[in-house]
Design a protein around this ligand. Sequence first.
Ligand code: MN
Length: 202
Amino acid sequence: MAFELPSLNYSFDALEPHIDTKTMQIHHGKHHAGYTNNLNNAIKGTDLETMSIETILAELNLNNTAVRNNGGGFFNHSLFWNIMSPNGGGVPSGDLASAINDSFGSFDEFKSAFSKAAGTRFGSGWAWLCVHPGGKLEICSTPNQDNPLMKGVGCGGQPILGLDVWEHAYYLNYQNRRPDYISGFFNVINWGFVSKLYSENS
Ligand code: MN
């Protein structure tokens, strides 16, 4: 069964002014669609065709660059669209808020550490907030379309928040100002969805 490009839960212009319409259209309709098609081509006729994307990534031989790059790209963007919302922003609450305080000291310290991970990732990649069994949170960044589900990549654990820092994610609107994009991202984070992922994986 082939993987399908997931549709967005909001319109392409819904995240303005933080994420612009044209970037959303190209990012979803071209980049994510490309990863999806290339993943399907890479797994066609193999055992991977019957597996979930999470299992494919967790069991992946990292020398399989076609599945590493395109399977990572498929999973990462599918998560990314869901952790943003036009009604997002603010701060988390409940168990996730407590876990952030326990792991990082405060929300502001978390925000600073996550922003630093995203800002200092050289070239293309992602910044992540991951949860380990038991609820401990960890921040890391990974290159290209890698993610911590892959064996030995980044901080491990289950990614519950991810930020795409490829130039294709922000260049049309922000040009070289990646820090402004990172700051804008915090205005659209869907903390309700991130909390749900935290509860399901802690
Ligand atoms: Mn991207």
